[in-house]
Design a protein around this ligand. Structure first.
Ligand code: IPE
Ligand code: IPE
Ligand code: MG
Length: 252
């Protein structure tokens, strides 16, 4: 964590950035290399983006690493991704801890091997008292799963009698979906050139500014991230109001 980021833009900075790290496979295929090579290079980008996130002073950074749909890929690729995840977490955890980063995971953790599940727990535990960047890694995550698990918890509270039907509103939902303790993402970035959300943070992205880039994830580094961050203050967030109302409110 040496090079200070040159923050040149003015205006509001995003507090929470959510990223779909896409394009590893195509990056490798374009080089006539196996997809695995792209995933390995992608880890380097992830490292750099977290570093820049810390220097920039982000409050939260949420990264999509493996979706609930990615299990349908060939077993060889799934196994490779699981191994890479486990090894990367093991290798990076001490530095994440030293840099005051609080790491957490969202998604259905019941599906992972014991080794990976233990590493996930260890990384969370080792960084649990940190007060800097809230780094969330979405693993076996799906936005529909997230909303469904929230509804299930709420239904259980109604069944127990601790919540009434009338009390269920957007705020109650927001408290039960993942990432309840960080602000909703201000900026969404998807690399790899696809214009879709792919079942990421469906509830939380309601008013997020969307940024798409054709750059494949292994090539998405400091410069590309800063470019995306610099796009944010150029947007006017209106949350349903008129432009004039919104400028008076000065939404960050
Ligand atoms: C993103 O890259 C990583 C994961 C989904 C795990 P991809 O593997 O989806 O790369 P492309 O989209 O096939 O190029
Ligand atoms: C989204 O990428 C999931 C992750 C980056 C982990 P995908 O590559 O799985 O998305 P689709 O299949 O192109 O929609
Ligand atoms: Mg992809």
């Amino acid at each position: 964590m040496t090079n200070p980021v040159e923050v040149t833009h003015q205006g509001p900075k995003p507090k929470h950035v959510a990223i779909i790290m896409d394009g590893n496979g195509r990056w490798a295929e374009a080089r006539n290399r196996p997809r695995a090579f792209g995933h390995q290079e992608g880890v380097k980008s992830t490292r750099e983006i977290v570093e820049v996130g810390v220097e920039y002073g982000l409050e939260a950074l949420t990264l999509f690493a493996f979706s609930s749909e990615n299990w349908q890929r060939p077993k060889k690729e799934v196994d490779l991704l699981m191994g890479l995840l486990q090894r990367s977490l093991k290798k990076e955890s001490p530095e994440l801890a030293r840099n005051n980063i609080r790491v957490r995971f969202i998604g259905d953790m019941s599906a992972f091997s014991d080794v990976l599940a233990e590493q996930i727990q260890k990384t969370e535990l080792d960084t649990t008292h940190n007060t800097g960047l809230n780094l969330t890694i979405a693993l076996n995550y799906g936005g529909r799963w997230d909303i469904t698990q929230a509804v299930r918890q709420i239904a259980q509270e109604v069944e127990r009698g601790t919540l009434t039907l009338q009390q269920i509103d957007g705020d109650v939902m927001a408290k039960h979906v993942c990432l309840a303790d960080v602000p909703d993402p201000d900026l969404f970035i998807r690399t790899g050139g696809e214009y879709r959300v792919s079942n990421y943070l469906l509830w939380q992205l309601a008013y997020t500014e969307l940024y798409f880039t054709p750059v494949y994830w292994p090539d998405f580094r400091r410069e590309q991230f800063l470019e995306a961050l610099a796009e944010f203050p150029k947007r006017q967030r209106r949350f349903g109001l008129t432009g004039e109302q919104a400028s008076r409110k000065n939404f960050a």
